[in-house]
Ligand binder design. Structure first.
Ligand code: NDP
Ligand SMILES: Nc1nc2c(c(=O)[nH]1)N=C([C@H](O)[C@@H](O)CO)CN2
Length: 243
């Protein structure tokens, strides 16, 4: 089946960092890619130059997910997979009004958006299931299982996504496999000080950042195995053992 005949893979948050790497590597491996992005980036333009289909949407409100579903349906009649990578990550503010606003924001991005996208596009995944295994992959976090209280709202909404993923695995079987990836110290932010990085890596048995390729290889393991659903892969250098 040529690339052009293959059902595309939708990646959310493909404009930078891990999502961008996933989109690049899926293109390397011959998959057509629909690349969702939030803020414009030169990287998105480079993906488009490689044939990816760009779709912009903000997931803070339900309208963003509905708009993405409509845009994908205008571009494809089937889907090989959906990779839910989009996410926000900040510590919970002490001000309760700000924390209240963060709850809505993180619930929308981490739980409502995957829910609405999956339900809005499941028929495209089922259409592809006639000729290929199909997948939904939710990227959560080891913190979903073992939370960091400084990031309690982030962790709780990622835990909610873990739970939704298991419901989807039961609901969409046998046509569609549904799993999660639980990254650990994959890619620090520029805001992480050296002391913060060393503290995290001291809790990490393999002692180093995993890098985006570690996430891609775990994604490949899910895509390439037709007997995995309802499960999670921890991509964390063993950090879940020490938290
Ligand atoms: N980096 C790490 O070490 C770890 C990462 N993870 C998980 O792995 C995934 C990728 O991580 P990473 O690349 O570091 O994540 P980033 O926070 O760097 O990027 C997340 C992506 O989500 C998009 N996004 C953020 N807010 C919104 C919004 N309101 N609407 C639509 N899209 C939005 C961002 O777009 P934009 O920047 O344009 O707003 C970006 O493309 C995430 O799900 C993360 O939670 C889990 C544990 C560790
Ligand atoms: N959306 C994001 N989620 C997470 C990020 C990130 O940069 N964006 N980073 C982390 C931390 O690096 C953590 O894994 C190590 O302390 C967690 N989630």
């Amino acid at each position: 089946m040529s690339t052009h005949d293959k059902p595309p893979i939708l990646v959310t948050g493909a404009g930078r960092r891990v999502g961008l790497h996933i989109a690049q590597r899926l293109l390397d491996d011959g998959h057509p890619v629909i690349a969702h992005y939030h803020r414009p980036s030169e990287a998105i333009e480079a993906l488009v130059a490689r044939g990816a289909i760009p779709i912009q949407a903000a997931f803070d409100r339900a309208e963003g997910a509905h708009a993405l579903v409509a845009a994908v349906r205008g571009q494809a009649v089937s889907l090989r997979a959906i990779v839910h990578n989009a996410s926000a990550f900040t510590p919970t503010p002490t001000d309760m009004d700000a924390a209240d606003a963060m709850f809505e924001h993180f619930f929308s991005i981490h739980m409502r958006t995957p829910y609405l996208i999956n339900n809005g596009l499941i028929d495209l995944l089922r259409a592809a299931a006639a000729v290929t295994p199909t997948d939904i992959v939710h990227i959560t976090d080891i913190f979903a299982v073992s939370p960091n209280p400084a990031f309690d709202i982030y962790c709780a909404t990622k835990a909610g996504l873990e739970n939704l993923s298991r419901s989807f695995a039961m609901r969409y079987a046998p046509q569609v496999k549904v799993n999660t990836l639980q990254p650990g110290p994959i890619l620090f932010k520029d805001s992480h000080t050296e002391a913060m990085r060393q503290r995290v890596l001291a809790e990490t048995p393999l002692g180093r950042e995993g890098g985006p390729e570690a996430v891609y290889r775990a994604l490949r393991a899910l895509l390439d195995n037709d007997y995995l659903t309802g499960t999670a892969i921890q991509v964390d250098g063993g950090r879940h053992l020490t938290r």
